[in-house]
Design a protein around this ligand. Structure first.
Ligand code: SAM
Ligand code: MG
Length: 329
């Protein structure tokens, strides 16, 4: 199966399906060609079991919508612009539904359902990478993680329960307030550091983490390549960078947009724009440019009969990439 996946990726890399969407905005076409011919991406098979998650609670808090918009920084006393990952229209969508983060039947229902499956992948790959025992209760003890675009904290909390020292950051202030409120109710999660900020601002503050996770965020940022650069800079040498998103395929258009937003109405209409989706090859190439090499990739496939998500080799719609940062900075 891994061989099949590799063959499929190599087929795409043969430039027949050149990432045309990237060429003008993100990576010059010639550079893509060079990198495609130079880069060998090794994808391995993944296997592990999902762990049960804490019981979800519903909470609400009335706060005025506030999102980060400040993109100036002070260097040697002078105000300079820094490249921002913020897309304010995207952030406004999240601000509008922030109070529903912990409603497992609300707009974030798909993420709640996906959580055990993606946590199984994260647990397996990171335990293997950091040589931790995946069978112990708190395998991530001693490791610092950052959850970029953490929303209400539905990923940060189980990571903290698995022993990681977690920082959760989100550009929507309301999300951070809700995340803090929810985490405070349990001593296992109350130590999570939640900050209303961005990856690029953490880079400016010279913060670094053993593992940097940005799940379902890259399709909502202003510039995916710059965003990945920040993720890589936040990762310690030999550390791990994890990105998940939706593939830019017709199948993804039919399921993640038409079915999820218009037919099933799981998500508010307009949540996703197809043109902002990235293919697995694009994610791997963008990360590679920032010294992060994708080591493993898996797909998430929804089973409508069980209502559950399964890990799969099928990366045609939802997928996750685990990369490691080179030891030379
Ligand atoms: C679909 S949610 C994913 C939440 C969480 N990562 C998860 O998978 O459960 C996307 C989140 O990213 C945040 N976000 C979008 N652009 C961002 C940026 N440039 N910097 C930080 N957070 C951002 C949004 O506010 C939202 O909470
Ligand atoms: Mg999304």
């Amino acid at each position: 199966m891994a061989a099949r996946l590799l063959t499929r990726l190599r087929h795409h890399a043969n430039t027949a399906n050149l990432p045309h969407f990237l060429s003008p905005q993100l990576i010059p076409r010639r550079e893509i060609l060079q990198r495609l011919s130079l880069t060998t991406i090794q994808f391995q098979r993944f296997s592990d079991v999902a762990r049960p998650l804490p019981k979800e609670l519903t909470t609400s808090e009335e706060t005025p919508p506030a999102i980060l918009s400040e993109t100036k920084s002070s260097v040697n006393g002078a105000r300079v612009s820094i490249k921002s990952s913020l897309n304010e229209a995207e952030l406004a969508k999240f601000s509008a539904i922030a109070e529903t983060w912990w409603d497992a039947e609300g707009p974030f229902k798909p993420l709640h359902a996906l959580n055990p499956t993606r946590l199984a992948f994260i647990r397996s790959t990171l335990c293997h990478h950091f040589r931790k025992d995946p069978d112990c209760a708190r395998p991530f003890e001693g490791l610092k993680f950052v959850d970029v675009g953490c929303g209400g904290g539905i990923l940060s909390e189980p990571l903290a329960r698995m022993g990681a020292t977690v920082t959760g950051v989100d550009a929507v202030d309301k999300n951070i307030k809700i995340a803090r409120l929810h985490a405070e109710s349990d001593p296992a999660t109350s130590s999570i550091e939640y900050l209303c900020t961005t990856a690029e601002k953490l880079v400016e503050e010279q913060r670094q983490f053993d593992a940097v996770l940005a799940l379902e965020v890259i399709e909502h940022v202003a510039d995916p390549a710059e965003f990945c650069k920040s993720l890589a800079e936040l990762t310690v040498p030999n550390g791990a960078t994890m990105v998940s998103t939706i593939n830019r395929t017709m199948r993804a258009y039919a399921t993640a947009i038409v079915a999820a937003e218009y037919i099933l109405q799981w998500l508010p209409k307009g949540t996703h724009e197809w043109s902002k989706f990235l293919t697995p090859e694009e994610v791997a190439l963008i990360l590679r440019r920032t010294s992060v090499t994708v080591q493993e990739m898996a797909g998430f496939v929804y089973n409508p009969l069980s209502g559950k998500w399964l890990l799969s080799d099928d990366i045609s719609v939802n997928f996750i990439a685990f990369g490691t940062k080179s030891s030379e900075e």
